[in-house]
Design a binder for this molecule. Structure first.
Ligand SMILES: Nc1ncnc2c1ncn2[C@@H]1O[C@H](COP(=O)(O)OP(=O)(O)OP(=O)(O)O)[C@@H](O)[C@H]1O
Ligand SMILES: [Mg+2]
Length: 245
């Protein structure tokens, strides 16, 4: 199995609110996408985390905009006046990440209510599992679209890969839920612990790790991601917010 591949045909505009300067592009399939660049600050590892985490969450029933791979020819941005963006496009020639653009969506800020105790507990448990520190009220990285909650921006998760922290260390790394948008759901997390643990099988992890294109990942690193995630799953008492079952 692999992610669909499209080609960028038009650079529409930069998304100034994103730290990594993502942009909106059109694809040769007439789709509109948020493009996240392999040449951005955190490099391709941020895109590796986006694919592994986004596709894992999707398979566990959460809403994540569709992910594709997108071929970029920097020439499509030649009329973009911003020098920084020109440079980013040039550095990002080749394969990048395309996130289905959700038109008319807005950032989740809690003003229209929350998605319910169980959904909040599941999101919190999963963010703790992948060590995602990017879901605070400052920046919820969740969009509301057609009244549903969509999860975006998982590039800061799995941060063990930046220095290849050992699997043992990552496995027992505590998760600080105090900053998390759904910290109120800590008491309910134990109720979803067993079900999520059982659902995350080695073959499911292999499947999502297998979706990362060779261009972004070093030889042998797929095994390391699998080892680290399986180790963390076996050390839940160390990191499940409120305690594992
Ligand atoms: N699929 C999407 N549909 C519509 N808007 C989106 C989508 N993805 C991202 N955005 C908008 O672009 C912003 C930046 O996207 P994202 O958070 O993925 O980028 P980032 O550079 O990783 O940001 P951050 O500053 O959080 O690190 C989002 O906050 C949201 O407003
Ligand atoms: Mg963001």
């Amino acid at each position: 199995m692999s992610l669909p591949v499209v080609t960028a045909t038009r650079y529409v505009l930069p998304l100034r609110e994103g730290g990594s300067l993502p942009g909106v592009v059109e694809g040769n399939d007439l789709g509109t996408y948020v493009i996240k660049f392999h040449g951005a600050g955190q490099g391709p590892k941020a895109l590796v985390a986006e694919v592994i985490v986004g596709e894992l969450f999707r398979r566990l029933g959460l809403r994540v905009p569709e992910l594709k791979l997108i071929q970029l020819d920097p020439a499509i941005g030649k009329s973009e006046p911003d020098f920084e963006i020109q440079e980013l496009l040039i550095r990002s020639a080749g394969l990048n990440l395309a996130v289905d653009f959700l038109p008319g969506s807005f950032g989740y800020d809690g003003s229209a209510g929350n998605p319910g105790d169980e959904a909040m507990s599941r999101i919190l448990w999963l963010d703790a599992f992948v060590a995602n520190v990017d879901r605070s009220w400052r920046n919820t990285n969740m969009l509301v679209w057609h009244k549903n909650l969509w999860l975006i921006d998982h590039g800061a998760a799995l941060y063990f890969h930046h220095s290849w922290m050992s699997a043992e260390k990552f496995a027992s790394l505590p998760y600080d839920a105090t900053d998390h948008v759904f910290s109120v759901a800590v008491p309910g997390v134990a109720k979803v612990d067993r079900e999520l643990t059982a659902a995350i099988t080695p073959s499911l992890l292999e499947e999502v790790i297998g979706l990362v294109p060779d261009e972004w990942i070093a030889d042998g690193d797929r095994e390391r991601y699998l080892g680290h995630l399986l180790a963390r799953l076996s050390q839940r008492s160390a990191w499940v917010p409120g305690g594992a079952r």
